[in-house]
Write a protein that binds this ligand. Structure first.
Ligand SMILES: NC(=O)c1ccc[n+]([C@@H]2O[C@H](COP(=O)([O-])OP(=O)(O)OC[C@H]3O[C@@H](n4cnc5c(N)ncnc54)[C@H](O)[C@@H]3O)[C@@H](O)[C@H]2O)c1
Length: 335
């Protein structure tokens, strides 16, 4: 079955969506942007002939799409997605779901009331190494997971909306890492203690660095440290990870194949260990993977990863971390 879509927001990330929608046979029948020249430029670039507009409601009435792709900046996700759901469309949107938990809950309710699917695309879920890590950790390759660390350090000079956000790292980037932590561990967040800060010499207005300690279900502790204002010796954009279980450790750093050591005996000051490597599981990558799952879901298939009732748990980690930093207190993660 082929579907008709309207894309809202034709900025940087639309370059990762438009060719993949086209490749999957989706009819991109409208592109809406408050800057219609930008929408036209992207249509031309990817050889599409959609209706170009700066008004979503009238475009939905004219085009009657099956679904809307929300690629606006985070502050506009709630209005865009609720308008689309209200018009009877399914929605797939970019992360983070919303700029507040109140907005996110409103969006989940709007999806329920419309009886439509609202999926948040977390592109970093769709990676061969991440799929393999998820499978192996769930199969208890290193026993029962007790400790999970993620470090993210990149010096990123974006310009644009991120430079002005209050919490650019936590809201716009760490959402990926928090969501990956949930995916790979299978655990749910319980509470967090966090400290956000803006390092000396930062070119961001808001707090662009943070250290967070999350309590997760099954007594798992997830520690996250990150900064977008860290020149040199970059980690992977996926973060550099260490997973410790009752029977061994796996490390996943700088996008190299995950490697680890598992117990090979039970005597000695340092127990004997056996080296392991985790072979990647082939998956459709990034936005393409998300689009494929979404299309299958609106065609009657299983709920996609990032379906709003699940994704709101990752967003709740974001807002609990920000609240903890503001109050200097341990904050329960509630969605
Ligand atoms: N998955 C990823 O790895 C990834 C990477 C980059 C961006 N993103 C996400 O994609 C979203 C957009 O980011 P971007 O980098 O493309 O931003 P951008 O600033 O490059 O583009 C945003 C576009 O939206 C338009 N716009 C703004 N408000 C609008 C509104 N109310 N209605 C219609 N159009 C509107 C702007 O004119 C602009 O063309 C963000 O949520 C961001 O977090 C995800």
């Amino acid at each position: 079955m082929s579907f008709k879509a309207v894309v809202v927001g034709a900025g940087g990330i639309s370059g990762a969506w438009l060719p993949n929608l086209k490749a999957e046979g989706v009819d991109v029948a409208g592109i809406v942007d408050i800057n219609p020249a930008q929408a036209q430029a992207q249509a031309d670039k990817f050889e599409l002939e959609p209706l170009i507009s700066d008004d979503l409601e009238s475009t939905l009435k004219k085009v009657k799409p099956d679904f809307v792709v929300d690629l606006t900046p985070p502050d506009y996700h709630c209005a865009t997605t609720c308008t689309a759901l209200g018009a009877g469309c399914h929605v797939i949107g970019e992360k983070p779901m919303a700029s507040s938990m109140d907005e996110a809950r409103k969006m989940v309710r709007a999806a329920e009331e419309a009886g439509k699917i609202y999926m948040v695309s977390q592109s970093r879920r769709y990676e061969a190494a991440h799929a393999a890590l998820t499978e192996e950790l769930n199969a208890r390759l290193i026993g029962s997971l007790t400790t999970m660390n993620c470090a993210f350090y990149i010096g990123a000079h974006f310009g644009g909306f991120r430079d002005e956000m209050e919490s650019p790292l936590i809201l716009d980037m760490a959402i990926h890492h928090f969501d990956l932590a949930r995916m790979m561990s299978g655990a749910d967040p319980i509470a967090v203690y966090a400290k956000e800060f803006n390092p000396r010499g930062s070119w961001y207005a808001g707090d662009v660095a943070a250290s967070c300690i999350f309590e997760m279900s099954d007594n798992l502790v997830f520690t996250y440290t990150g900064s977008w204002c860290a020149e040199g010796m970059h980690t992977s954009w996926h973060g550099d990870w260490r997973f410790i279980g009752t029977k061994g450790t796996v490390m996943y750093e700088r996008d190299a194949k995950p490697i680890g050591e598992v117990l090979a005996g039970d005597t000695g000051f340092h127990r004997p260990m056996k080296q392991i490597a985790i072979e990647p599981t082939p998956v459709a990558q990034g936005q393409l993977g998300a689009i494929k799952e979404f299309l299958a879901a609106i065609n009657g298939g299983p709920a996609p990863q990032g379906e709003c009732h699940d994704n709101i748990k990752s967003l709740a980690m974001v807002f609990a971390a920000m609240e903890s930093s503001r109050k200097g207190q341990r904050i329960p993660v509630v969605w």
